[in-house]
Design a protein around this ligand. Sequence first.
Ligand code: PMP
Length: 282
Amino acid sequence: MGKVLYNQQFVERSKLIDIEDRGYQFGDGIYEVIGVYDGAFFLLDEHLQRLKRSAKEIQLSLPYELTELKEKLVELVSLNVLTDGVVYLQITRGEAERWHHFPHESVTPILIAYTKIEETLDEASKNGASAVLTEDIRWLRCDIKTLNLLPNVIAKQKAVENNAVEAILHRGDVITEASASNVFMVKDGKVFTHPANNYILNGITRQKVLELCDKLQITVQEEAFTIHDLLAADELFITATKLDIVPIIQVDNQPIGSEIPGETTKKIIQAFHSSLQALRIS
Ligand code: PMP
């Protein structure tokens, strides 16, 4: 199972969490999932910057500096000899007697990070996968990566029960994102994705894809689109850490485009793989 980073120490994984950890009782905390490929982190600084932002948005002070945290995470991957997988990192508002309001300032946040072996979905990435639609019932600060994931859990369960890889969320008629990934649509050669506002998590993979589209001279419109637009799309794909980019060829049993991964999606996937390859060489 490997070592766990607990505040500033590497410890054995055991019963580390107290009943009154605020993450456990209230979901009062934030997290990140960072991809590791061939023993190297992918976009680590970007993930840490997002962590810092999430902390600020929930008025949580990070227990230590990002530069120090970065060193510890590199050490954790090396200690656990992780080649392909993720580092899961969370910070909660600490352990305190159960009252809803923030605890006294003497209560310190608790940071935990551990490694998890995870393979990329090569088959789905190559051949495409299916998704289901479900109402987005989350709160109005989806831009913060908080531990409150119950609506996402329920949505993903619906996907699993329908042999789908993801549940695409819609707020009324508008597509926001998916239960654990961002959603992109291709129409007439243009790429569309929901703007990075309070309705979605601004995925690190999403940001990388936008950068790659720019390099590939593919026009992107960060604009909300509807269920109707989505079902009439030429191509559809989702992005997330370690899932990378997965073409969606069916939604609620209806075909999307020609029901095979499209040319624009394939171009973006190829560029994404080149970035990963560059990581291996550097
Ligand atoms: N949206 C949601 C709701 C997510 O949970 C995730 C995965 N963390 C993403 C988008 C994709 O984000 P990233 O590319 O940073 O993994």
